[in-house]
Every structure is written in structure tokens, then in C-alpha cells.
Design a protein around this ligand. Structure first.
Ligand code: FRU
Length: 519
């Protein structure tokens, strides 16, 4: 009898091992199917998770030739749920390779947004100076605490990797920043501040940012606060980022503070404002009085920039969605995409400082010209048809003082319209008839508007369309409209109208190839 029992147990063990193996291979097969990346609305050159839910980009960092993109991820559903950090890597910021999940929730909570640094001098002691650790700094969100009606359920934790992001270990001394009863207390962004030789951490606390310092990434001291009476306050402050940039065309440098806010963006729901000022290692100050926004479209949120970039470049990635309707967009296998990686630069004119965000130059590696004209005259409306504009780019230069109406449409009457109205100094973008819009009342709220500087200067207009997105960059990213669209058939027609005097110079239509064929 005893023999039989042990045989039975062994057999049972074997069955269990086989069934786990089978379910793993099955998961892989499902993932493989998903990673054909051919489903309706699947972006072809924007980052998406293989399957399920994604929101904010996290832990953007460059290390040893690899760009890391971590992201808020719920691997069990296409709607938001217990947050993990998904992970992907790239060697050029354009083609991404999916990696296993990097951080899982644990007894301290779900893993909310945060950042990652290369701890070059091994200040944390997690690695060695020969093999410096990657350290991730994130928010723990303790569901039980929130459900119990407490306020202190968000704390900050850290984790490290010694093999360039392959395996992650949580620090046993977590949390490294406790919560003093602040309900929204999250999204730490850390960087090394060279002049004061210390780590600086920025996080948000509802209606303001808090700055901390540390020499070892484990012990943090509060330095200062910013923002209770500055900028827009129509919603909760989220996902801060603080960095220094040269002012284009001068010797001067200034500090930029990005603050995402939900709701309360000028065109509805989630949006990202910025402040230009100074940071002395302790406090951020600015004399900016009005709120400024990096994007006038509705789908660029929670964006932050890479740490440790080569050549001091400042590259930004945003989540291409909006909490107003993020959970209901009409995709099935996965949900939501990132913006294209964009270079951020700082400029100044008579009105003050402003930042531009514009696709990184590496995008040209997947771009080829399909139509080209030295000049297109709008003495009469100009129309062009192609099989599918939804994986292409349109660009030309024109005077900002000229009017323009640009329509992209299909035979079903679905369309998006961009208008440049120099008389009213107003840019307008309309996606109310772009295709599927009624999956959520808040998706097609109305026409998006932004006032602009209608200077008598040549400026570039660049429009990049992927399966379910359209990104419009005017004057190299001074005015940007990033939006999701869900046409039920591809747009096949471009119609352009203007003044008889409007000339579109260096007019080009490019196609972009898919980044997923290697999956
Ligand atoms: C921003 C945000 C962050 C938070 C995360 C949770 O979209 O709300 O503040 O850390 O998403 O997924």
C-alpha cells in the first residue's frame, strides 16, 4: 500500500509538472498569436504591450547600449488592475523587444509609476563599481490601506538589477519613503545632481511636488516643495520630471519641471503641464505665471524622460491615452500605446520660454518617401488619394501667417480635420467624426483648440499616423496634437485648402514600416 501511495504521488507530481509545462507553452502560443501584431488598430511603429492593459511609461533609462522602457501593466486584463512593471528594450528607441515582467506586486502593495537610474558609483551598495546596479524607484500602492479608508497607502520603494534589467530584486528595507498621511503621494523621478553630488527625487503630493535628497538611494531627506499656488490645479498632480536644458541659441540653461495632471487639461481630462525655472539642488523656483502644456491633443499623458542618455539628450515618451476613456477604447487583445519617443528642447521668444517635443531623428530608419513635390500651390483645393494613409507621414513647410484646412478622410465619411486660422490665431483639431467615437461619451468632446503665434515665418507641419493614432507637430513640436483615432476603414484621401497665396514647400508623403516583423 505504501509503495502504491508513493508511486501515486510520483505520478501525480509528473502530471502537475506536465500540466504547468503545458499551460506555459499555451501562454506562449497565445502571446505569439498576439505578437503577430496584426489585430485591428494595432499600432505598427508605436510601442504597445504584447497583450493586456498598459498605462504610464516607467523607469526610462539608457544603460550599456540598451534603452529600457518599463510601463504600468496589468497582465490579466485589458482594463486597469493590480499594477506591475512591464518591460521592453531597444537599441535605437524605435524597434522594441518585449521582456518578461520586471516588478510584481508584493505585500507592501502594487507597483505604481516611478523611474530608474544607473547607480554608476554603486552608492546604494547593491552592486559593485565594476558592475553598477540599475535601481528602480517606484510607488507602492497598498490596496488594503486604501480600502480601509486610510490616507497613507502610498509609499516609495526601490529594487535593483545587476544584469542590465533582466532580473530584479526588491530592497529588503522598503519602503524607503514613508507616508505622512498624504492621500496622493507618488511617482518618484530620481536623477543624479552633479553640482551637489546627490540624488534628487521629485514626487507629487496631490497639488504640489516635493523634492528629496539622498546619497545612497535608500535614505531620503525632504528638501522643499513646489506648486501649491502655481500652474493648473484642475486635478491631481502626477508623474513629475525635473531636468536641465540648454536654451536654444544661447549659453543659458534652465530647469524644466513636467507635471501631469488628471483631470483638468485644457482640451479635457488628462494632460501634462510644464514649468521653466531654476533648481539649485534644494528648491525649484520660477517666475512663470501661466500654465503651459506640452501637448494640445488629448492623448499624451504621464510622459517622462530617459535618465543617463548619451550626449545629454532629453528624450520623452508619453502614454498615448487619457483617463477620460482609457479603459473603453475599442481594442481587444491589448489596450493603449506609447507616443513616439520625442526629443525635448527649450526655446525662448518675446512671450517667454517654451518647450518643443518632436520625434527623435532615429524614426527616419523606418521611413521612406512615397510622394514628393517641391511646392504645392493652394490656388485651388489640393487632393491626393492613396490606399492607406494610416501608416504614413505627411510633411511640408508653410508660412504660419497663411490659413490651412487639412482633412484626412475615407469613403465612409470618416475624417479628421486640422485647421490653422491665423486670423483668430487659433489651431483646431477635430476628431469628432474620425470613426468609432461613441464607445465613450468623453472621447469626442468637441474640437480641440490652441492659440498660436501666427508669425510670418516658414514652419514645418508634420503629421504621423499609425493604425489608431495621429500625432501633429507644428513648428518642430512647438504645437503638438497627439490623438487616438479609430477609423473603421483606413483614411485614403488628403484634402488641403488655403488661400490662393498659400504654398506648401517640400511636400512629402512617407510610409513607415512596421517595427514588429522581428517579433
Ligand atoms: C498616472 C497614474 C500615476 C500612478 C499610475 C497608476 O496615469 O495615475 O499617478 O502611479 O498611473 O497606474
Amino acid at each position: 500500500m505504501e509503495m502504491k501511495l508513493s508511486q501515486f504521488l510520483r505520478l501525480w507530481g509528473l502530471i502537475m509538472v506536465l500540466s504547468v509545462f503545458y499551460s506555459c507553452t499555451n501562454v506562449n502560443t497565445n502571446r505569439d498569436k498576439a505578437s503577430a501584431f496584426q489585430e485591428p488598430y494595432r499600432p505598427q511603429f508605436h510601442f504597445t504591450p504584447p497583450s493586456q492593459w498598459m498605462n504610464d511609461p516607467n523607469g526610462l533609462v539608457y544603460h550599456q547600449g540598451v534603452y529600457h522602457l518599463f510601463y504600468q501593466h496589468y497582465p490579466d486584463s485589458t482594463v486597469w488592475g493590480p499594477m506591475h512593471w512591464g518591460h521592453a528594450v531597444s537599441s535605437d528607441l524605435i524597434k522594441w523587444q518585449h521582456k518578461p515582467i520586471a516588478l510584481y506586486p508584493d505585500e507592501l502593495g502594487l507597483i505604481f509609476s516611478g523611474s530608474a537610474v544607473v547607480d554608476v558609483a554603486n552608492s546604494s551598495g547593491f552592486g559593485t563599481s565594476e558592475n553598477p546596479p540599475l535601481v528602480a524607484i517606484f510607488t507602492y500602492h497598498l490596496m488594503d490601506g486604501e480600502q480601509a479608508g486610510r490616507k497613507d497607502f502610498q509609499t516609495q520603494g526601490i529594487a535593483y538589477s545587476l544584469d542590465n534589467g533582466e532580473r530584479w530584486f526588491k530592497y529588503e528595507g522598503n519602503p524607503v519613503i514613508q507616508n505622512n498621511d498624504i492621500k496622493d503621494f507618488r511617482d518618484p523621478k530620481v536623477f543624479w545632481h552633479e553640482p551637489t553630488q546627490q540624488w534628487i527625487l521629485t514626487l507629487v503630493a496631490g497639488d504640489h511636488a516635493k523634492f528629496y535628497k539622498s546619497t545612497n538611494l535608500k535614505d531620503w531627506t525632504l528638501l522643499s516643495e513646489f506648486g501649491k499656488t502655481q500652474g493648473a490645479h484642475g486635478g491631481v498632480w502626477e508623474c513629475p520630471d525635473l531636468f536641465e536644458l540648454p536654451v536654444a541659441g544661447s549659453q543659458e540653461k534652465k530647469w524644466v519641471l513636467l507635471i501631469s495632471m488628471n483631470p483638468g487639461a485644457p482640451n479635457g481630462g488628462s494632460g501634462t503641464q510644464y514649468f521653466v525655472g531654476d533648481f539649485d539642488g534644494t528648491s525649484f523656483t520660477t517666475d512663470q505665471t501661466n500654465a503651459r502644456w506640452i501637448d494640445q491633443g488629448r492623448d499624451n499623458y504621464a510622459g517622462v524622460t530617459f535618465n543617463n542618455m548619451p550626449n545629454d539628450e532629453r528624450v520623452f515618451i508619453g502614454w498615448m491615452s487619457n483617463w477620460d476613456y482609457a479603459r473603453t477604447t475599442p481594442t481587444e487583445v491589448w489596450r493603449s500605446a506609447m507616443t513616439l519617443p520625442r526629443s525635448i528642447s527649450l526655446h525662448q521668444d518675446s512671450i517667454g520660454f517654451y518647450i518643443k517635443n518632436y520625434p527623435v531623428s532615429q524614426l527616419s530608419s523606418i521611413t521612406s518617401v512615397t510622394f514628393e513635390e517641391k511646392a504645392v500651390l493652394l490656388t485651388e483645393p489640393f487632393e491626393l488619394t492613396q490606399d492607406n494613409f494610416n501608416q504614413s507621414e505627411l510633411r511640408f513647410d508653410m508660412l504660419l501667417s497663411e490659413p490651412l484646412k487639412l482633412t484626412l478622410s475615407n469613403d465612409l465619411g470618416e475624417q479628421v480635420v486640422l485647421e490653422m486660422d491665423p486670423e483668430r490665431r487659433m489651431l483646431r483639431f477635430d476628431r469628432t467624426q474620425s470613426g468609432l467615437v461613441d464607445f465613450d461619451q468623453k472621447f469626442a468632446l468637441g474640437v480641440q483648440k490652441q492659440s498660436y503665434h501666427n508669425a510670418n515665418e516658414l514652419a514645418e507641419l508634420r503629421i504621423i499616423m499609425d493604425a489608431s493614432s495621429i500625432e501633429i507637430f507644428i513648428d518642430k513640436g512647438r504645437y503638438v496634437f497627439t490623438n487616438q483615432i479609430f477609423p473603421t476603414a483606413p483614411y485614403t484621401r488628403i484634402t488641403l485648402t488655403g488661400n490662393p497665396s498659400t504654398v506648401l514647400k517640400d511636400f512629402k508623403i512617407n510610409k513607415l514600416t512596421s517595427i514588429w516583423h522581428h517579433e
